[in-house]
Design a protein around this ligand. Structure first.
Ligand SMILES: [Zn+2]
Length: 276
C-alpha cells in the first residue's frame, strides 16, 4: 500500500491505496502551521503500513533538500523539511516533487500520456504550472521548471497589466483564470460565455506557450489540464494558435486534454509514491 499527500497552499488531501481504483481519500485538511497540519496527516494515516508516500506539493520547492524553498510566500512553511517530517510521522520513506510533476507522472501512469515518455503537462486554472517528462524522466534542474512564468508577446490591444505579483505580464500574469476575470470585470473566468473574445485571447497566449515548449523540448505530447485548460473548445483553439505561431518551422506536439481531471493532485502524489 502507498501513501499520497497532495499539499496545496490552502488545503491538503491525503490518500492510501495501490492504484486509482483502490484508494481511500481523506477529507480536505486546511493548510495551517506545519506542526498542526502534520498532526492531522498523521492521524489520517494512523495504523496504515505504507511502502512509500508521495508528496505532490505547492512550490517553490528545494526537491534535492526535501524541503519547501525558503522563498515561498507561505511564511510558516519557509524552509520546512517536509520529507523528513512526513517520514518521521508516517514511518515510511517519502518522495517529494511539485504538484505539476506529480500530475504529469499520473497522466503517464493512468491518463493521457500512457504511451508517451516525452511530453509536457500544463495546468491552467488559478495559476499556470507545468511538469515535463523527457526520455521517461521528470525534469527538475536547478530548482524545477516554472512553465507558468515564461514570457510571452502581448496580443495587439491587450493592455491588461498582468496578475503575477512578481512579473506582472508573464504567461501566468496574462493567462491565468484571475487574469481573464480581472480583464473583463467578472468574478471568475468561467462566467464568460463560450464565444467571448477573452477565450480567443487566452488561446493566443497558450498557443505561444505551446510553441515555446516545442522549441525548448520538442515534446511529442502537450497535455492541458486545469479548469481553463479543460474548457470546452480550448484544446482545439490552442492547436490553431500554436500552428499559426510556429508557422511551419518545427513539428508541434499533439495537444490533448488531461484525463485525470479533479483527481490530478491526489493521483499525482500516488504516482510519485509508486514511481515510473
Ligand atoms: Zn510570473
Amino acid at each position: 500500500m502507498f501513501g499520497a499527500i497532495e499539499a496545496g497552499g490552502t488545503k491538503i488531501v491525503c490518500a492510501y491505496g495501490k492504484d486509482p481504483e483502490n484508494l481511500t481519500v481523506s477529507p480536505p485538511i486546511p493548510t495551517t502551521s506545519p506542526k498542526e497540519t502534520l498532526e492531522r496527516i498523521r492521524e489520517f494515516f494512523a495504523g496504515r503500513k505504507l511502502k512509500r508516500t508521495g508528496i505532490a506539493c505547492f512550490g517553490p520547492l528545494e526537491i534535492a533538500k526535501g524541503r519547501i524553498a525558503p522563498l515561498t510566500p507561505k511564511i510558516e512553511w519557509r524552509g520546512f523539511p517536509i520529507v523528513k517530517a512526513v517520514e518521521k510521522a508516517l514511518g515510511c520513506p517519502a518522495v517529494l516533487d511539485t504538484d505539476v510533476n506529480g500530475a504529469a507522472l499520473g497522466e503517464h501512469l493512468w491518463g493521457a500520456a500512457k504511451k508517451s515518455t516525452h511530453f509536457v503537462y500544463v495546468t491552467v486554472g488559478t495559476g499556470i504550472g507545468g511538469g515535463t517528462m523527457l526520455n521517461g524522466q521528470l525534469i527538475h534542474g536547478l530548482l524545477h521548471p516554472e512553465v507558468g512564468h515564461m514570457r510571452v508577446r502581448r496580443f495587439g490591444g491587450d493592455e491588461y497589466g498582468g496578475h503575477c505579483p512578481v512579473h506582472g505580464d508573464c504567461l501566468e500574469g496574462l493567462a491565468c483564470g484571475p487574469a481573464i476575470a480581472a480583464r473583463y470585470g467578472v468574478a471568475k473566468a468561467e462566467e464568460l460565455q463560450d464565444h467571448h473574445p477573452g477565450w480567443a485571447l487566452e488561446a493566443h497566449y497558450l498557443g505561444q506557450m505551446a510553441v515555446n515548449l516545442a522549441c525548448a523540448y520538442s515534446p511529442e505530447l502537450l497535455i492541458l489540464g486545469g479548469g481553463i485548460g479543460l474548457k470546452r473548445g480550448m484544446v482545439e483553439m490552442v492547436r490553431q494558435t500554436a500552428a499559426q505561431e510556429m508557422n511551419g518551422y518545427a513539428p508541434l506536439p499533439k495537444i490533448v486534454r488531461a484525463k485525470l481531471g479533479g483527481r490530478a493532485g491526489v493521483l499525482g502524489a500516488l504516482a510519485l509514491a509508486i514511481g515510473v
